[in-house]
Design a protein around this ligand. Sequence first.
Ligand code: PLP
Length: 218
Amino acid sequence: MSSEVLSAYASIQRRIQAAALAVGRPADAVALVAVSKLQPWDHIAPVLDAGQRVFGENRVQEALGRWSERRSEVELRLIGPLQSNKARDAVAFFDVIESLDREKLAHVLADEIQALGRAPRLLVQVNTGLEPQKAGVVPGEADGFIALCRGLDLPVEGLMCIPPAEGDPAPHFRLLAKIAARNGLARLSMGMSDDFEIAIACGATSVRVGSALFGSRA
Ligand SMILES: *Cc1c(COP(=O)(O)O)cnc(C)c1O
């Protein structure tokens, strides 16, 4: 397994660099967030040993279990929905929370950051496809929500989106980039296993890749 994962890792790194160069961006312009959720440790270990340092998880408890012992070796990003009652654990544990998606959570995070004296960097999740089952602020409310977060002194550094599973993701990525630009936000977390090259062409600064790297999830 380790050689399979390592060749997938090398190939994804090459594809990320090539996609950046193809649109005139530096080869190292895009960070790979290796999405380790639901993956067995023997798929993750070779990638960690090969030097990958940024990992994405979508559940707080699962991340604590997987990474607590190795916390100092890695940068950890929460990419899944965050319940208010897990906000304290998330603020204490993660380097980045990519799923800031509602006003109540903004207030809870502000309180926990204050209480713990520790602040993860934050991305606002935007529901670009207006999908009822998906988290995120709707595009029409993004500017107001970003302003509200700034008013709470939250360290918002960018935006995240998950486009609808069907259809061309590019318009969603372009919309996210446009909202970020007009709000002066530099970071764009967009693109997953099936569409990360398109996201890079649209300006992604990080891509979240799980199954194409580690194999399909349990
Ligand atoms: C699981 C997940 C990913 C990774 O998806 P793959 O298609 O396996 O690359 C990326 N982003 C989020 C928010 C996820 O939940």
